[in-house]
Design a protein around this ligand. Structure first.
Ligand code: FAD
Ligand code: N01
Length: 538
């Protein structure tokens, strides 16, 4: 592809999800020329791709939304406690229209590579629809945007539709009267299974590892609730920003191991009735102490036994792992769905899937005739989308080489040796261990402010130093190792993708992380080096 015809911009942003759109808004507002490049043919990212039945957020709508515009948060009416995928997508489309963003997005274009030209101090970005050159490049490519398709022999020979939850078709899928198989029992499966069971004639759920799930107790949002939050939206956001994970987790700063059994049970019961992710904040030692965690696990296993009629199915659905070290799921009627006569749970841990045939699936001991197959098999998380782009920094260093033993980035924002390349919610930042929209906004604001700072000093090349990166990674690992998170085979660790290095990728440190970033700025962007752009033709 000829670089002579490259389109020139100040900044290229890859991805038009919540992160890319807000990045565009900020950088354009600072007078930069920006082009967003997006593989899909619409805005929304996660909410554009994940159209499976039952998809919705698990952080409450009035918190899982942008706060950069007071008018926007005052005017948008969320209809439910947890918004559905269509409602979140129409919200993002509204934001794109309201701030006139789509005119700077090039859709249906996939970025293949990005090379840093040291002489010019510019990035060359190649895509399947043109070449671009820019001073800055921002990877707003998403933490959960690269679908993980399992390598099961025969998968490509299946005659019926094969539907990955993360790439669900845009046209309606009619599963009525069909024999449907679902592989996986993570959040996507747990949300979709109750809906699939209503449509399908027979539903087979192929489970390798059970997960803990808390009822959402979703409900319509009343005018009173909306008004109550809106009356003090900024204060509501500020309070929640101080809680672990960055949303109203109803923190209870008491240790489970110092609580008497009756109160322990009562607190878990209150959390179960309240619903959703705040269950994990019932006590302050749950994610640090195995014995404390086991009290929560015991409570949840009893709930599963109470919900599921068949004791054998209940036992199979009961995890023996640490609560929360795989992301906690939030459901509506998940466990109850296994009481339906048309739903069967198949344990593929003891009897693994051997192959997919044109008309079904075989385990070692049994064959299942299927008309449709749903892959709720998750994502190559945190690094998947970035690693699909061939990125080369100073001296031609490939990011894939640098990250061969696991991702390395200072504050999850920049990797040393890759000047002017920024990551939004990159590995080493709280990202998936936080309410992601505030975390996205915080990163975007950091990057936009940092770029403005650099330009104001005529030192437009910004790069993290190797020393600051090393220190930060050591800290990220130290914090993770003090918790129970590294104890499960989770996607946080890359354990769900064969061959991926096992490194705990997110930073377990919200809200301390935000404070750290403020501190870095207060000390003149400590840990980042600034230098002028090379003279043209130098
Ligand atoms: P994404 O929304 O993933 O957008 C990235 C975009 O980059 C995509 O559109 C993709 O097509 C594009 N892209 C990637 N690579 C390329 C390339 N090479 N070329 C061109 N384009 C590219 N988080 C929460 O905090 N709360 C929730 O309740 C919640 N619910 C979720 C539910 C589901 C089903 C999933 C999958 C995730 C959920 N998340 C939730 C996490 C969610 O991913 C984030 O909240 C948020 O939407 C991420 O936005 P983003 O813009 O960073 O990335
Ligand atoms: O993916 P997952 P997900 N054979 O990786 C199984 C967010 N999200 O899409 O555990 C058999 O959690 C795998 O089994 P195992 C949220 O952050 C949020 O469900 O590897 N099974 C597992 O059961 C979430 O954590 C919401 O043994 C195979 C499943 O597939 C993240 O996205 C909704 C297999 C994958 O689970 C990812 O969730 C949806 C194989 N070969 C997503 N390969 C909300 O509720 C994989 N599996 C807001």
């Amino acid at each position: 592809m000829s670089h002579d015809r490259a389109q020139e911009f100040d900044a290229i942003v890859v991805g038009a999800g919540l992160a890319g759109l807000y990045m565009l808004h900020r950088l354009r507002g600072q007078g930069l020329s920006v082009r967003v490049i997006e593989a899909g043919n619409g805005v929304g990212g996660t909410w554009y791709w994940n159209r499976y039945p039952g998809a919705r957020c698990d952080v409450e709508s009035m918190e899982y939304s942008y706060q950069f515009s007071e008018e926007l948060q005052q005017e948008w009416d969320w209809s439910e406690r947890y918004a559905t995928q269509p409602e979140i997508l129409s919200y993002i489309e509204h934001v794109a229209e309201r701030f006139d963003l789509a005119r700077d997005v090039q859709f249906e274009t996939r970025v293949a590579s990005a090379d840093f030209d040291e002489k010019a101090g510019r990035w060359t970005v190649e895509s399947d629809r043109g070449v671009f050159r820019s001073t800055y490049i921002v990877m707003a490519t998403g933490c959960l945007s690269s679908p993980n398709t399992p390598e099961i022999p025969g998968l490509d020979r299946f005659a019926g539709p094969t539907l990955h939850t993360g790439q669900w078709p845009h046209e309606p899928v009619d599963l009525r009267g069909k024999r449907v198989g679902v592989i996986g029992t993570g959040s996507s499966a747990i949300q979709s299974i109750p809906h699939l069971a209503e449509q399908a004639d027979q539903l087979f759920v192929f489970q390798r590892t059970p997960n803990y799930s808390i009822p959402a107790h979703n409900q319509p949002l009343t005018d009173e609730r909306r008004a109550e939050v809106r009356k003090r939206y900024a204060a509501f956001r500020a309070e929640n920003a101080l809680m672990p994970f960055g949303f109203d987790t109803r923190v209870n700063d008491v240790a489970a191991l110092e609580t008497d059994p009756a109160e322990l049970e009562a607190e878990y019961e209150r959390r179960w009735e309240h619903g959703g992710l705040p269950f994990l904040s019932a006590f302050n030692d749950l994610i640090f102490d195995r014995e404390a965690n086991e009290t929560a696990a015991d409570f949840l296993r009893r709930k599963i036994r109470a919900a599921v009629d068949d004791p054998e199915a209940a036992a199979l659905l009961s995890p023996d792992t640490v609560v929360g070290c795989k992301r906690l799921c939030v459901d509506t009627d998940y466990y109850e769905t296994f009481n339906r006569p048309n739903v069967r749970l198949v344990d593929v841990k003891s009897d693994p899937i051997v192959e997919i045939t044109p008309d079904g699936l075989s385990t070692g001991n049994e064959t299942f005739a299927l008309d449709a197959l749903v892959l709720a098999t998750g994502f190559d998380a945190m690094t998947g989308a970035i690693s699909k782009i061939e990125i080369r920094g100073r001296g031609g260093l490939a990011l894939s080489e640098k990250w061969a033993a696991g991702p390395r980035a200072y504050l999850g924002l920049q990797s040393a040796g890759f000047p002017n390349l920024f990551l939004i919610t990159g590995p080493g930042s709280p990202s998936v261990l936080s309410n992601m929209i505030p975390s996205i906004e915080q990163h975007v604001n950091f990057v936009a402010d940092c770029v403005a700072h650099a330009r104001s000093q005529d030192s437009e090349v910004i790069e993290a130093t190797a020393e600051s990166e090393d220190e930060w990674i050591a800290h990220v690992n130290e914090v993770a190792d003090a918790s129970l998170y590294p104890q499960c085979n989770s996607w946080y660790l890359g354990a769900n993708v064969p061959g991926k290095p096992r490194v705990f990728m997110p930073y377990l440190g919200f809200p301390a992380y935000v404070e750290k970033c403020r501190d870095v700025v207060a000390h003149g962007y400590e840990g980042f080096r600034f230098s002028p752009l090379p003279a043209v033709g130098a």
